[in-house]
Unconditional design. Sequence first.
Length: 92
Amino acid sequence: MSPGPSGQRRLRLSLGLFLFSFITCGSRTSFCPVSATGVYAERLDHFCAHDGTIVLTVRALGVLEIEGGKIVRWRDYFDTAGFAAAVGKRAT
């Protein structure tokens, strides 16, 4: 018997089922230093149930790199240990 999907496919399937149970998401930026070459947005991402109750809050950092006045790279970093603890799973 095959163990099923692995790697990125498994992650996409797992997150898809998990995120499907939320109706809305929102963010609150708490710290946002800006320079000529970048923006660093520390934030809390909230996942809400159908009734608007916040079910999960995850710490995140958005990094935007700017060249010539345009965004050339956008990366997001998430607190995976906090996320895993919130959903009751061990972080790997």
